[in-house]
Each structure stands twice: as structure tokens, then as C-alpha cells.
Design a protein around this ligand. Structure first.
Ligand SMILES: O=C[C@H](O)[C@H](O)[C@H](O)COP(=O)(O)O
Length: 224
């Protein structure tokens, strides 16, 4: 199977998982990226069975609206029933690295508001230890050099993601060569650097369930 077929299969599994739980006044949180895009296209089938969505990026909001699916501002809703999103890496504790598409900050905000976080990913994202994928960090533009120097002190090699501005008007530093053995500790340490908006480690709020697309079918994991 191709990677896209695995992504499509995991998106389908997420639709099957959330469909019986949806409430007429429920809000679905919607992630960003190629796997989330498959989910958005399938979510259109469930239109009318939930109230609407909150999107984690402008790109996802546009795609949802193109399907005629209502998109609300997060401040206009009381909460999010379920949040479905992809990841760049996932470990057995369902701690994630996210932000390959630069949407990490809004994704982390939506995850923090959600009763349940369903991660959808193909098997290439499954790792024993996070950190193989360069860790995205969203930074206030004027703090770029300051933050880069502080990240070097933590042992990482930050690389400026050229030509990318986040939906929040900030820049991204991708941090190479960090083996993330203590995700919660590093998540906090990076967020504590002045000028960092947030980083792509999702450990303080990990996923609740991972639907992993593999060559032998979609496997379901809950945090171990
Ligand atoms: O900023 C982007 C997000 O964190 C994505 O969910 C992540 O990069 C995974 O994207 P994809 O499904 O395209 O691999």
C-alpha cells in the first residue's frame, strides 16, 4: 500500500470511530496536513450529524468551508467533543511531535480544549523515541536569534524554516539532533524560552487514541 492509501485508511477509521459518538450540538476539532485533509473530505459525509467544527489552521478552515461544513471561532464554542489530527511522530505513550505543516500552536490550543484527541497517522510516524523528525518551534520573529542560541544550549541544532510564516504571523525553527527522552520536561523547557510561542512536542496533552495505518490494517492504540 502507498503512504496515501494508509493515510486514507486511518482517516476512514477515524470517521467510523467518531460517527456513533457525534451529538447534534457537538463540535469536532479538525487538524491540519495531508492525513487531516483525507479526514476533512470524509467528514463531509457526516454533515448534519454534528453542529460544526473548529479548525487548527486557515488551510483546514478553507477546506471545511468548501465542503459546506460550518467552521466556528474557538471563542464562540463551549468546548470540543473530539479532535482529529495527524502527527509527524508518535510514541507508545501517544506523545507526539507535530508542526511539520507549521500549524502546531493552533493545534495545541485545539487539543487543549478537546474532550478526546484522536491521532491519525500512517506507520512511518510510529517511533520508539521522539526526535528523529526535526522538532518545530514557533517563535516571535524578533526573538529568532535569541531563541536559536538558547536551543543550542539545550543540545539542539535549530534551522530557520525559510519562507514560512505561521497563521499567527510567526516563524518556525526546526530543531535537529534532539533525542526526546523526556518529552514533558523538554516541552516545558522549550516553552520557557522567552520568544517561543510553543513547540511541537505534545506530551502534556498527548493523544487519547492513535489510529495507525499499517500494511496489515489500521491498529488502535491507547496510551501505555
Ligand atoms: O503542522 C502540521 C501538523 O502538525 C500535521 O498534523 C503534521 O505535520 C502531520 O502532517 P501529515 O498528515 O501531512 O503527515
Amino acid at each position: 500500500m502507498t503512504q496515501d492509501e494508509l493515510k486514507r485508511a486511518t482517516a476512514r477509521a477515524a470517521i467510523d470511530y467518531i460517527a456513533p459518538k457525534l451529538e447534534a450540538d457537538g463540535i469536532v476539532g479538525v487538524g491540519t496536513g495531508s492525513t487531516a485533509n483525507f479526514f476533512i473530505d470524509m467528514l463531509a459525509e457526516l454533515k448534519g450529524r454534528f453542529d460544526g467544527t473548529v479548525a487548527s489552521s486557515e488551510a483546514s478552515a478553507q477546506r471545511l468551508k468548501a465542503h459546506g461544513i460550518p467552521v466556528y471561532d474557538l471563542n464562540a464554542v463551549d468546548g470540543i467533543q473530539v479532535y482529529v489530527d495527524g502527527a509527524d511522530e508518535a510514541n507508545a505513550a501517544l506523545e507526539l511531535v507535530k508542526g511539520g505543516g507549521a500549524a502546531l500552536t493552533r493545534e495545541k490550543i485545539v487539543a487543549a480544549c478537546s474532550d478526546e484527541f484522536v491521532c491519525i497517522a500512517d506507520e512511518s510516524k510510529w517511533v520508539p523515541v521522539l526526535g528523529g523528525f526535526p522538532l518545530p518551534v514557533e517563535v516571535i520573529p524578533m526573538a529568532r536569534s535569541l531563541v536559536a542560541r538558547e536551543i543550542v544550549k539545550l543540545g539542539g541544532d535549530p534551522v530557520y524554516r525559510q519562507g514560512v510564516t505561521t497563521d499567527n504571523g510567526n516563524i518556525i525553527l526546526d530543531v535537529h539532533n534532539l533525542l526526546i527522552r523526556e518529552p514533558k520536561t523538554l516541552e516545558r523547557a522549550l516553552n520557557n524560552i522567552t520568544g517561543v510561542v510553543t513547540n511541537g512536542i505534545f506530551a502534556q496533552r498527548p493523544a487519547d487514541i492513535l489510529l495507525l495505518g499499517t500494511a496489515t490494517g489500521v491498529k488502535t492504540f491507547t496510551a501505555s
